[in-house]
Design a protein around this ligand. Sequence first.
Ligand code: ATP
Ligand code: MG
Ligand code: FE
Length: 332
Amino acid sequence: PLILAIESSCDETAAAVVRGGTDVLSNVVSSQIESHKRFGGVVPEVASRHHVERITYVIDDALTEAGVRIDEIDAIAVTEGPGLVGALLVGVSAAKALAFAHGKPLLGVHHIAGHIYANRLEQELRFPLVCLIASGGHTELIYMPEDGVYEVIGETRDDAAGEAYDKVARTLKLPYPGGPRIDQLAQTGQDTFHFPRIWLEKESYDFSFSGLKSSVINAVHNAEQRGEVIIPEDLAASFQASVVEVLVTKAIRAVKEKGGKQLLIAGGVAANRGLRAGLTEACSREGIELVIPPMHLCGDNAAMIGAAAIHPYRAGRQSTLAMNAEPGLDLK
Ligand code: ATP
Ligand code: MG
Ligand code: FE
């Protein structure tokens, strides 16, 4: 089937045409980063307005690039949640309008399911598997016994990994979004600060990043008070070393204990070079098959929503026109 997918949960307006859940015919992403930069983060009202202005063009572009007419589409998929309610509503309203006007089935997709299934656009998935989600709003370990079934076995108790990256970047006065900047600085730095690794209880798959974030902020403030100079590359490398060590160690333990055939990573932080390198090294040492999405599918996009939509489509799990944007939607 040909699926037209729409994503507008945060600050990218995106549409894609995906065939059979694996074949990307087009993947259009209109980013709003420039508009949010001067505020140092995503402003929900600004995001909604941009989505409204861009959505019809982005959908048209996705169809044109794919060389497909709307009447040839078999279903319309859209991110139903979680995300910013005003942002989600724009995509959901557009999808409902198209589904109604053209008599097409409507499929509501969970944003994190989208991040996970971005991996299927590159590689075949083998279940059971474990997926490490590391994004702007989520840090989770998810066990998937089979296609379309999600068991959250661990999650962050405070900040998400991407959120911690963005806050540390702000402390270093780097522009939004800070994750990629920290990653860049870390490439040439050394782990000289030895920040704590937050493991929580021995058997827990949960995460916590707020203590680490505070340690970084304190290090910067203490240096300022003493009039010392901090080497930003070393601070970034030290912060990243702590994040990566905890994410990699817990993910590997989860795969072993749950008997996963593959380890997947997903979400914006999956683009992090330190994390990709750390997981690649650990998985090859442990004989675990690692599945990593290509860089352009780590951040928010609609191709991943089209990939995730194939399971509810085949299972006949359609949404109705009563579907609403769900900012706190659970993954199930
Ligand atoms: P969610 O997916 O949880 O709803 P979101 O959609 O806002 O949240 P994503 O778009 O998946 O989040 O990811 C964005 C996050 O990824 C930001 O916090 C950004 O700083 C971070 N990020 C992007 N690239 C990198 C990188 N190379 N290193 C670290 N963090 C990164
Ligand atoms: Mg974004
Ligand atoms: Fe996301």
